[in-house]
Design a protein. Structure first.
Length: 252
């Protein structure tokens, strides 16, 4: 499995719109996912929370497995769990396409991350490299994400080995939070250094905030309530895509 590459005339990879099914009607999940794809969604974003790493409990591998029977769509799975290494095989077997885990969790927790990163230096934390390798060996693409309070520089040892970085623009754990514009500096930092990297943003993305994310260099957009709660979800998907496409071309 490979992601599409950056094409001539763009400063970033292709635009991806990934509606977050956390905002869908769970009683009609398969139908909701099929509807999103028919309206132009590229991926489906699946938020997995364990009630420990974040104070909420949501979807797990059994739901992904059931959903996979009803759609061939790219399943963009975001693990907000304390032990992401524990779930690699389960989600691979369930049919996840992208497995994105938190750097903080892979390093042993928020409090352990900075100490582990300093000790590892430019080479990066061995446990994180091992987890990336395990995800890829299981047949999934691999992404790493960070909370708003985590310095973006801590991602640098792993970027050459992964397929995507997810920049959280809200505190992870709940949908419907307000967009944090100061997180766009992280996106710009990465885009300047890695023009071919998939950079996803998640949290508070909507028609009134997309321009900031697009101008910073994001190419993959997660939106939940802004899409599922809209009177015309297809129009919102088109608006988000147009903003990113325009920024990608204008920057050249």
């Amino acid at each position: 499995m490979e992601l599409s590459r950056r094409t001539e005339g763009r400063d970033r990879p292709p635009t991806v719109i990934s509606p977050s099914i956390l905002s869908s009607d769970f009683a009609r999940l398969a139908e909701e996912c099929q509807r999103m794809v028919s309206l132009g969604a590229d991926w489906l974003h699946v938020d997995v929370m364990d009630g420990h790493f974040v104070p909420n409990l949501t979807l797990g591998a059994p739901i992904v497995k059931s959903l996979r029977r009803h759609t061939p769509a790219f399943l963009d799975v975001h693990l907000m769990v304390s032990n992401p290494a524990q779930w690699v095989q389960d989600f691979a077997a369930a049919g996840a396409s992208m497995y994105t885990f938190h750097l903080e969790a892979a390093a042993g927790g928020d409090s352990a991350l900075e100490t582990a990163a300093v000790a590892a230096g430019e080479a990066g934390i061995p446990a994180v490299h091992d987890l990336v390798a395990a995800v890829k060996a299981a047949g999934m693409l691999c992404g790493i994400t960070i909370k708003p309070g985590t310095p973006v520089e801590l991602l640098l040892p792993y970027v050459p080995s992964i397929d995507m970085v997810l920049i959280m623009t809200v505190e992870p754990g709940f949908g419907g939070q307000a967009f944090m514009p100061d997180m766009m500096a992280k996106v710009s930092f990465l885009r300047l250094r890695f023009p071919d990297l998939y950079i996803e943003v998640d949290g508070g993305l909507a028609p009134d905030t997309i321009q900031q994310a697009a101008e910073a260099g994001a190419n993959a957009i997660v939106a939940g309530s802004a899409i599922f709660g809209a009177a015309d979800p297809g129009a919102v998907i088109q608006h988000l895509r147009a903003a990113v496409d325009a920024a990608a071309s204008a920057a050249q």
